[in-house]
Design a binder for this molecule. Structure first.
Ligand SMILES: [Zn+2]
Length: 246
C-alpha cells in the first residue's frame, strides 16, 4: 500500500515536472530538476537484478524512489558482503560522477520498486555545468563514504543483533517503508553472517517485540526500541545523510 502511494506520488510529480520522490533529486532547485527531466527515465527495478558489475562500464546511474540498491563486494565465488546501500537518499553509480567508468563493487537490487535512470554521459555533462547536481553529488559522495566506513567498522566489531537492528533501520529509511520482504538467506549475505546467526538475531528482536518476521516479510513495530538496540553506527550514518540533504 505504501509502495503504491509512493509510486503514485512519483508519477503525479513527474507529470507536472515539479517534484521528485528521490530525495537527492528533490533537493535540486525546481528549474534544474526540470532541465534534467528529459534525461531521467522511470524504470522498475526487480529484486536480485544486477545493475552493474566490477570491471564493466557503468552505462546508467540510478536514483531510487522506493527501491533499494546494495553495493556488494565479492570476496570469493561464494562469499559476498554488502559494503553500502543506496535508497531514496542517493544515487547508485557514483564512480561515473568521480570520472571513473567502472566500479570494484556489484550494484544489486535489494528491494523492488522504481528508480529514475540517467545515462552516464548525461551525468558527466550535467556535472560539468558545476550546478546544484554537481554540488549535491559531492556532498552525497561524502555521505556514502561515511556510511561505507562506518559499516565496515561495524561489521568487524559490533554484535550481530545490533548490526541487524542498524541494517533494518537503514533499509527502512531508504525505502520509506516500515514493512518490506526479506529472506534470511539474503540477510545472511548482506551482513556476512551465517543463516543460523541471522535467524537467532531476528528471533531475539522479535521476542523483544521490536520487529515481526512472518512469511518472508519484516515489519518494524517499535522503531524507537530498535534504535535503542542498534549500535551507535545507525545514528552516525543517519546524521550524515540528513546533513548532506539539508
Ligand atoms: Zn555498529
Amino acid at each position: 500500500m505504501n509502495t503504491r502511494k509512493l509510486q503514485d506520488g512519483f508519477l503525479n510529480g513527474s507529470a507536472n515536472g515539479a517534484t521528485a520522490v528521490n530525495r537527492l533529486l528533490g533537493t535540486l532547485p525546481v528549474n534544474e530538476y526540470k532541465r534534467l527531466l528529459p534525461n531521467l527515465k522511470t524504470v522498475n527495478l526487480v529484486l536480485g537484478e544486477e545493475l552493474y558489475e566490477p570491471g564493466e562500464a557503468i552505462k546508467y546511474v540510478y536514483f531510487p524512489n522506493d527501491s533499494i540498491i546494495s553495493l556488494i563486494s565479492e570476496l570469493s565465488k561464494t562469499a559476498w558482503l554488502e559494503v553500502g546501500m543506496v535508497g531514496n537518499e542517493g544515487m547508485a553509480g557514483l564512480p561515473v560522477f568521480m570520472g571513473v567508468s567502472s566500479s570494484s563493487t556489484h550494484a544489486l537490487v535489494q528491494g523492488s520498486g522504481t528508480a529514475m535512470r540517467m545515462s552516464s554521459a548525461a551525468v558527466r555533462k550535467e556535472a560539468n555545468r558545476l550546478g546544484s547536481l554537481h554540488r549535491l553529488l559531492h556532498r552525497y559522495s561524502h555521505s556514502l563514504l561515511t556510511q561505507v566506513a562506518q559499516s565496515s567498522a561495524c561489521n568487524r566489531y559490533h554484535l550481530v543483533n545490533a548490526r541487524l537492528a542498524r541494517w533494518l533501520l537503514m533499509t527502512s529509511d531508504r525505502l520509506g517503508l516500515e514493512e518490506f520482504p526479506l529472506t534470511q538467506e539474503f540477510l545472511s549475505n548482506m551482513l556476512g553472517v551465517r543463516r543460523e546467526g541471522v535467524s537467532k538475531a531476528a528471533g531475539a528482536l522479535q521476542a523483544a517485540k521490536l520487529i515481526r518476521y512472518s512469511r518472508g516479510v519484516i515489519t518494524l513495530i517499535n522503531r524507537p526500541g530498535l534504535e535503542a538496540k542498534s549500535c551507535h553506527c545507525y545514528a552516525i550514518i543517519r546524521a550524515e545523510t540528513d546533513a548532506y540533504l539539508n
